[in-house]
Design a binder for this molecule. Structure first.
Ligand code: ZN
Length: 375
């Protein structure tokens, strides 16, 4: 039952799709919804392998037949991948085919539980927005018009389907509505938002639920991470394994220490130190500045959740909780709206290339005032 292990935490959904495949009632076009880290791709791969396996056993693929071996390398000739890309250097069209090596390397090295942030990093996109072009749609139509190599099922996966341009989606409407015989479309998107109604009406929507905490825990156990990081990740990842993996591997301690220091400085109205800190923030560079501001916004929001909502709803690491308990009383209805607006404005200014030192010094001055405001 190797296959079921791959679709971590989605065993029930996997079993249901396998049953439909066996009964011949599998929809020819499905849309898996949910963040990629929940395992939509793992599920799609398991289903494709099940369809291609020549001697399925006990509900799963056998793992040893030639088809299963091709699947192990993500190289089965009737398994097609489409995902958002930008034009490769020297090419005039943006095609997934030009990035398949990167895609397969990511699958091999990280496994199927990755998200757009992971793929962006692999493809070294910088600030460019990847998309699924109309040329990709033409490529899909061409591939699917060919006879299946093994005379069996053709599986077309469209990962990040929300990145399809309108002309791309329109070009695919007909084939999604009436695919060639023995062809399955599996589209994947975070949600049904940003997809054309005409696409939605032609697909069976299959919501992929969050992975249960026990499933996340079990999956992380294979990573040899520190136990406190694992328990934080289980609590904070929202059933998303891509997030969980980042939570155990990233070092958030630096950011948190900086936030504590900065807020203490602002509370003490220490102008000299605030100036020195603005210089330090400036030197971090734009991406780290944005990340720090996002973290600060997250901390402020969690304080408000702690003050006015259920304690269980607070999403903080164990190490952050004791500070947050002491800091939270200074965040209240009298200042939280403005505080969030100021942090968001600072993030926009950083994105818009405003001088970092100025952004952070202004922000500190605002925080000094807001932290002392009456409830
Ligand atoms: Zn097999």
């Amino acid at each position: 039952m190797e296959v079921l292990q791959e679709a971590v935490g989605q065993e029930a959904l996997t079993a249901r799709l396998f049953e439909r495949a066996d009964a011949g009632t599998l929809a020819h076009a499905m849309l898996f919804t949910g963040p990629p880290g929940r395992g939509g791709l793992a599920l799609a791969l398991a289903l494709a392998r099940r369809l291609h396996c020549t001697s399925p056993q006990g509900g799963g693929a056998c793992g040893v037949c030639p088809a299963c071996q091709q699947h192990a390398q993500f190289q089965h000739p009737d398994l097609h991948f489409t995902f958002p890309v930008i034009k490769a250097p020297g090419k005039d069209k943006a095609l997934s085919a030009d990035q398949l090596g990167t895609w397969r390397a990511l699958l091999r090295e990280v496994g199927p539980h990755f998200d757009m942030a992971d793929l962006r990093e692999r493809m070294a996109l910088g600030n460019k927005q990847p998309f699924i072009s109309v040329h990709e749609a033409a490529d899909i139509l061409r591939r699917l018009s060919l006879t299946a190599h093994a005379g069996g099922w053709k599986v077309q996966i469209i990962w990040g389907a929300h990145a399809m341009r309108t002309d791309t989606a329109n070009k695919l409407l007909k084939v999604i509505e009436e695919p060639p015989a023995k062809t399955v479309f599996i589209l994947m998107a975070d949600s049904t938002e940003n997809l054309l109604a005409t696409i939605l009406s032609r697909t069976q929507i299959v919501p992929v639920p969050p992975v249960e905490p026990a499933g996340v825990q079990q999956w992380l156990a294979g990573m040899q991470a520190q136990p406190d990081k694992v328990s934080d990740a289980v609590a904070l990842c929202e059933g998303d394994l891509a997030k969980a993996r980042r939570l155990v591997s990233e070092d958030a301690a630096g950011e948190f220490a900086m936030f504590v220091d900065w807020m203490r400085t602002n509370f003490a109205r220490d102008g000299r130190k605030a100036t020195a800190m603005a210089d330090a923030f400036h030197d971090l560079g734009r991406e780290d500045q944005k990340q720090f501001l996002a973290f600060a916004l997250h901390m402020v929001r969690q304080c408000i959740v702690g003050n006015y909502g259920a304690a269980g709803a607070v999403k903080l690491r164990a190490s952050e909780r004791s500070f947050a308990e002491k800091f939270a009383p200074y965040i209240h209805h009298g200042n939280v709206v403005e505080m969030q607006a100021e942090l968001e404005k600072a993030a926009r200014d950083v994105t818009g290339n405003v001088y970092g030192r100025t952004v952070f010094l202004d922000l500190s001055m605002k925080m000094m005032e807001l932290l002392h405001r009456a409830r």
